[in-house]
Design a protein around this ligand. Sequence first.
Ligand code: PEP
Length: 249
Amino acid sequence: MPRKLIAGNWKMNGLRSDGHALARDLALRFSTEKEPAFDMLICPPAQLLDSIGQVIAGSGVALGAQDCHRETKGAFTGDLSAAMLADIGCRFVIVGHSERRQYHNEIDLMVAEKAAAAHSAGLIAVICIGETEAERDAGEALTVCARQIAGSVPDGATAANTVIAYEPVWAIGTGRTPTVRDVMEMHAHIRAELSRKVPDADDVRILYGGSVKGSNAGELLTLPNVDGGLVGGASLQAEDFWTIAKASE
Ligand code: PEP
């Protein structure tokens, strides 16, 4: 069974003062924990990546970005390449988050290109997929996620360079979560679909994301084929995030 990964997506939250304090708190907890049964990843906003990399250095907490460009360099104002992220110490990058798909019109092909760029730069791509509420209501959730896997996971993906985050769009930031049965069904389905593209699909970490908090983490993150969580709102307080991580053990 892959080792659990507990990932925090800070989104567009955090100034130097509170961001550094949060990172420092988590780094201390993780580095003093005796044999943690999970890996921990934080994905702060871009302006904090370099300095937070220094705050968490040596703690074992990994650093990740929230997006990257598909090209390595060039005339792309405002963008950051995967190579730049690797250069400042990132090990992971989230690609295809539903907020990127929604607000930046990212489609599966673009997500696959970004994931491939991440791989070329030596980063682990956290590829996000998930159905909308209308798609679930229409009974299309499994088909939609299969299509997103086929389109968003690039050639060359392996368990070492790729993590999948299943995040039903309607569960993100809403306080609503799918049933345990739905999560189990979807994660088994994702594993099966991955095996069409990824040689060591059994070892790929498949995270659940969407309104994970301390009170539901134990139930959701210990299910079969759930190899950790991608946490938004509840990753902004060290105590909440840590409670989630411990509940996943
Ligand atoms: C997310 O945006 O990846 C997420 C899961 O958010 P939240 O935990 O706030 O629902």
